[in-house]
Design a protein around this ligand. Sequence first.
Ligand code: GDP
Ligand code: MG
Length: 757
Amino acid sequence: MIKVALAGQPNSGKTTLFNILTGARAHVGNWPGVTVEKREGLYRKDRTNEAISIVDLPGIYSLSPYTTEEIISRDYLLGKNCDIIINIIDSTTLERSLYLTTQLLETNIPLVIALNMSDELQKSGKQIDVKLLEKRLGVPVISISALREEGINELIEAVRKNAKKKRKARTVLENSEISETINLLEENFRSNEVVEPLFHAIKLLENDEYEIKKHPEALKFLKNSEFKFTSTTFNDDVEAFIADARYRWIVTNLEGVVSNVTKEETTPSKKKRKLSRTGLADKILTHRIFGIPIFIAIVFIIFHLTFSENFLFIGGLLGEDFVTLPGTAFEGVFGEGGINSPGVILFNLLELACNSISDGLASIYKGPEWLGGLLFDGILAGVFAVLSFLPQIIVLYFFISLLEDTGYMARVAFNLDRIFRKFGLSGRSIIPMLMGFGCSIPAMINARTLKSEHERVATIRVIPFFSCGTKAPILLAVSGGIVQYFGVGNVDVIVFSMYAIGVVLAMITAIIMRKTMLKGETTPFIMELPPYRVPKAKALFIHLYDKAKHFVKKAFTIILVSSVVVWFLAHFSFNWEFLEDSQIEQSILMNVAQLVRPLFTPLGFGSQLTKYGWVFIAAAVTGLIAKENAIGTFGTIAASLAAAGLITIGGDSDVDSVTAMIQLTNINLPALLSFIVFNMTTIPCMAAVATAKAELTRKQFIGTIIFWLAVSYVISSFIYLIGSWWWTLFIILAILGLAVVGYFLYQKYQNNKVARV
Ligand code: GDP
Ligand code: MG
């Protein structure tokens, strides 16, 4: 088995290459910092020769660890874990990328250079003399395009040929002022049986923090030697001297390697035009004042395209009949009183299909009644209620991926960084937070890149406030109910506002935590803006296909099982008697739910609702397993109540389960908004909780659970209170004001106490 490690700068195409070689579908994003864990896979194309395993490492600029990514990558590379390194380089930024290469050369590990993005290089009218570069570097160089799958076989061939060959470490500092000291240190390391002595010798001279910590004895040795570095240009800064030497070496050795191929007169102007286009786009999209409003506008447009039932706000302008197709199965699919957005049309079509399937199956079903109830009201009602949201979730993910792949998301992080800085939050934490819109789990893992422990904990806690894809069904179903039952607003506007509340809440609570319990340094954040790229259809498709598969699989596993459990709890009494649909009042579910109802009264969906108001509580609880489960529970319970003749849903009534329950329980508008926010901000799904548990210490984890419960409870109560009685706003503001003043007074008192001592 040949073990290969992929090392290179962020955004150089490592994950793209990894996916091609292994057939994996790891997340590729056109913004730096997406991969933070190493990932392993097997080369799949040729199974006759010796097997090759490939590890995708997080992107690094240098082997002097500064970030967690760099520590992971360095430890892996130097820990004798691989036979050969593929150093993948974005060939359009050759000079800068070779900085890492000069450090990799200082190890004895066999090395192959993959010059990636050859397609982009070609487009820019440039050419690299691969043979010449190979001679200068002394290691094989292969030109590839990971995106177009070009040069991959040659690369693998080079890997096979060189993996077992010995390579001798070399350094660009060979004939410099410090080469003698390097030799001395190298000898010392070698005699102490340290692997990679040259590498460690240079890192020690570079004053590398990590190195000094790991080899204190070598540092002592260095101090005892007569080494004294003095230079007029660098004073006594060896680190700067070495960095400069590396760059000088690169510049000298690149002479004659890069050349223009296209005719002189066309290239420069074309290149200039392209550059100025990117420059202009960046000027607008990262504008100091307009950057954020543009982002907000873009997100709103996305929500409008995905969720709106009043597309382009043209209302019934085209005449109701134009969109309603009355009397047909498609009535209301394309719109009613307004035109539906593409996302909603897809949703309606799938809902129609689901309903026809349940109705069809129900009409041919001949078994016992209780089993029919379990099958249709329990399982199908729950699963289909969730499943019908698939199109909208996919459309939403489609847009999120588009923002990522084009490189726009990196600009958003850049814009937000400016705001975050003002509040003492690090811009680095924006990346995991924005990832939270997709799914909290990879986002929480990505938070590992944050250097300060306190910052990492605070970030993990607020990640769920960035509403993930599976919360969309709750937002949509309840907003839909609000629009249909109360006749106010537009679904997209409500959903958008809820997302905004989540983001603002995340920022406020993060600031509060960082100023109080979780004080400390912030991770330095330097982000390079990746070039704008046209997203690749195939990668996009694979990503969406995976998301869809995952969602459907969950519907038929977790949601299905939960629906069965809910159905059983609603159809059995405490002495295990089977209950008819109309006897639901004696059920275990209803009795338990009744008991906890008062707890939710301040939130608006507790005791003030009519008899069946507990359905909201039950939904919130099943939502802890998987967020979309909440809607499945509405489906199951509403189906049973409909069978008992208490409500009518589906079919001609055009009422879905959530709207029917709103009607039946008499819940008001503020309480529904409070319900949405509660579900968005409380303990996330089981999988995310497990991730948080793995990423945090026990104490931090317990604190996190309490934080989620407390924040969701308090914020939802505020929303209900202010929404129901607007004047309570003043009372709440007064209490908050007092709390802030009290906190500062307390701080002052503490400081005075310290000063007196
Ligand atoms: P990583 O950060 O090094 O893992 O880089 P990724 O694999 O996530 O790729 C970063 C971006 O570069 C993505 O938008 C890719 O689609 C794009 N990309 C990767 N390889 C190539 C290539 O050969 N040509 C072009 N034009 N783009 C590429
Ligand atoms: Mg990557």
